[in-house]
Design a protein around this ligand. Structure first.
Ligand code: TRP
Length: 358
């Protein structure tokens, strides 16, 4: 394993993912991944500590995900960070013209989220999105906590104002920030394409939440059935909470016509904290997929594309699972870790009630 570079390892995973999901072979995903990783891509896998990233638990600056659409289509995505690269937006500038990106919205808010001195957390993450028959898309993630928790609300409010949707702030705050100190803005994301569907996405993390808290958060979005949220929490987390390890996360999407009320809602469950190992995580994800009639064989092919280990030998290969409820297409997204540096050991499965008497 250590004989590989970070790029070789993650590019192999990405190419296999695209192939098993039926995408045409092509050099583009690999080229974009290489540019995104930058110099860290050349590092050997036994030099992990030089380039730690918060993108994943084992500090790999890359995480994959498969977005399954209710229509049967899917997208392969790569969340990544250019670690140790300055300026942070270098990758964006390198690929903007090539991918036909519109960076105007990013330009409008970047001074808010790229301050001279950062209080902590990440600065800029990218998501590369690949679909079978369209050109790659790019999304950027910014950190509302970048200047400290006490400034997060103000940064978000100002950014929404600059993007022409100032009134969105109050509606999100009323629905999702009801528990001071425990509900907080965690990501601010922008699609950088030029279509009417291009989104501003606002994420709120809910520490120690009960299902009822995310049901309330979801109720802001017209048409969301509370039962879908309850079911998703019950299956992915095997209960209704409190979700007291890593937080549940809500996201709201605002597209062209949404000035006050977002049109889409997503719920992210950090499933790795709520299972003993990845065999259990896979079983729960399959149950979620069955609920939406999604093709489960694709999940197993995707898992095999990124990992050869036995699923019960570790936890965190499936770090999150999310539900997207949207008039533009609903679905389930399954995240897959690269585990380039390490595999987290499994926890003990619960034996309560199975302990032999005497
Ligand atoms: N690793 C971080 C976390 O688990 C950030 C992150 C990566 C994340 N992928 C994500 C957060 C998907 C939510 C959903 O929090």
């Amino acid at each position: 394993m250590a004989d590989f570079s970070l790029y070789e390892h993650t590019n192999g995973q990405l190419n296999r993912l695209c192939r098993v999901l039926g995408f045409a072979d092509g050099p583009l995903p690999g080229e974009l991944l290489g540019l995104l990783l930058g110099p860290a891509g050349a590092s050997r896998l036994d030099e992990s500590s030089e380039w730690p990233s918060g993108v994943s638990d084992d500090t790999t600056p890359v995480e994959f995900s498969i977005a399954f659409d209710a229509t049967g289509e899917c997208a392969v995505r790569v969340l990544g960070e250019s670690v140790g690269v300055h300026p942070e937006r270098k990758f964006l500038d390198v690929v903007a013209e090539w991918l036909g990106l519109r960076t105007g919205r990013f330009d409008a808010v970047q001074d808010l989220f790229l301050p001279e001195t950062a209080a902590g957390g990440f600065t800029l993450w990218y998501s590369l999105i690949f679909r079978a028959d369209s050109r790659p898309q790019l999304k950027v993630y910014l950190n509302p906590q970048i200047s400290g928790p006490e400034r997060a609300d103000e940064l978000v409010r100002m950014a929404l104002g600059r993007l022409g949707i100032a009134r969105a702030y109050d509606s999100v705050a009323a629905a999702a920030l009801g528990r001071p100190g425990r509900d907080r803005f965690s990501y601010f994301a922008l699609d950088l394409d030029d279509t009417p569907r291009s989104r501003v996405k606002l994420y709120v993390s809910h520490e120690g939440a009960e299902t009822a808290d995310v049901v309330r958060a979801a109720s802001l979005v017209p048409g969301v059935e509370p039962e879908r949220i309850r079911e998703f929490c019950a299956i992915s987390g095997a209960g209704n909470g409190p979700f007291s390890s890593r937080p549940l996360i809500s996201s709201y999407s605002f597209t062209g016509g949404d000035a006050v009320t977002p049109s889409s809602y997503s719920l992210y469950v950090p499933i790795r904290d709520y299972v003993a190992d990845d065999e259990v995580a896979r079983a729960r994800v399959l149950a979620l997929m069955a609920q939406y009639d999604l093709d489960s064989t694709k999940l197993d092919r995707a898992i095999a594309a990124v990992s050869g280990r036995a699923l019960r030998d570790g936890v965190g290969l499936i770090p999150h699972v999310s539900l997207r409820l949207s008039p533009f297409g609903s679905g389930i997204t399954v995240y897959l870790s690269s585990e380039a540096y390490s595999v987290l050991p499994p926890k003990r499965r619960s034996v309560l009630g199975l302990v032999p008497a005497g």
